[in-house]
Structures are given as C-alpha cells and as structure tokens.
Design a protein. Sequence first.
Length: 276
Amino acid sequence: TNPEPVEKFIGAQLVKNRGAPLIQIPTLSGTGSEVSPVSVLTRGRVKEAIWSYNIFPHTSLVDPVLATTAPPNATASSGVDALCHAIESIMSIESNEITEALSLEAIRLVSTYLERAYANGDDIEARYGLALASMLAALSFTNTMLCLGHGIAYTFSVDYNVPHGVSCGIAEPFVMEYNMPAVLDKLVSIADAFGVDILGLSLKDAAYEAIAAFRDLASSVNIPSCLKDLGVEREKLESMVDQLFTRQSRFIARNPRKPSREDMLSLYEKMWEGLG
C-alpha cells in the first residue's frame, strides 16, 4: 500500500495509506507501541522516527504475563522509558488536562510497581501495573509528542549501545531541572504522583523533590546516573549537542524552554559528571 522505501516516511504524517491489518502484542512494558503512531529506526548511527496515524495497530492485545520472562535489566529500562514518556508529555507545550491526567497516573503506577517487577519478574500485579502505565503514558504522548529528554537520549544511545530506557533515564532528571522555570507547577504535580509528601514545601522545593524521586527510583533499578559511567568521552559532548540541534531538533520544538547551544553544552557537562 506504500511502495516507497521506508526512509521516505521518516518524519510526520508521510505514510499516506493504511497497511495490512496490524495486531500488536507487547512482551515488555515501556514503549507503548501498542497504542502509538510511532516507529523508531536507526539509520546511519542516528535514531529517527516515522510518526503517522496510518501506522496505528488495528488491534492490540496486552497480556502482562508475557513480560514475566523479561530479565531485570530489560524490565528496568522499559519501565523507566514509560516513566520518561509520562514526564515529557506533561512538560510538552502541547499538554492538556486530559493528557496530564493520563501521565500522572502512569507515574503513580511506575513508582509503585517498577521495583517490585524488577525484584520479582513473576509478580503479576506489578506486571499489570507497568503494562497499564506504559499504555497510559503512550496514549498521553501520542497527543502531545515528546520533548528534550528523548532528544538528548538519542544523541548517545546508539554510539554507546545504551538501551533506550537507560539513556532516557540518565537524561530526564537534568531536563526536568533545566525546564523547571517553565513547568514549576507541573513538577510539583509529578512529585505528588511519585508519592512525595509535598505539604508545607515551597513550589521550588517540591519540584526538586520530583527530580530526587526520579533519581531514587532509577537508582533502585540500577539505571546509571551519568555519561562517564557509560564510557562516553568528554570531548564527544559538543558533537552530541550538534546532533541535538540538527537530527533531533523535533524534540526541541515541543520543549517548554527553548535552549541555546550554551545551555545544552552546560547540561551535557553536568550529565557527564552526574552533577544534579
């Protein structure tokens, strides 16, 4: 139905025709592909995406039991990916009350169940919670698109063979802090969704608690906290910033703050050191 080479469809809404009926059955909880119009591919060491409503699955069957055989590291990476989807959807300039409600519930579910599923893959209640979180977060970002966290993650995940959720988990807390002036109230809501007691805290302190809660959860499932632990060379940071502003610029478009190159180089330096 679409005879052109797949590269012709990279971008937004370039797939003109619906294909054959597609049934998706996820075996992990993270990407939410079963309810999203996105297909990610790696081309020339760069991650790119096809975004089209014509690639939505016709039917999706979500059975949490299928994830029970996933190893802990895959459970951690995919769960953190779902968490980042939810947080970035909330921060996106396209967010609204409905998408935020979906994302906040996804955050509650991941913060409740990720450690349990990581520790015991056969915990069906935890697997169910993560499957639901993945779906809710994807339903949210399908309507808002993602922002800076995923864009930054894409600039180093391929070259250093870093699982997608791990790369997002490293980038996200730095992006949350960078975006704080523009999304202070949203970060407070995120802190509450993590289960943080924000009563009596200033808005800024509550927002920082959201970042701390993210880092604590990521650390509990052994997600690295900095680029240097991945073997990333410090001298490569500038080329990563270059890629962010060129090949990954679509993520900047939905970010609530418009970053300068200097902003991003500073963020990458912090991310390399693990300074937060």
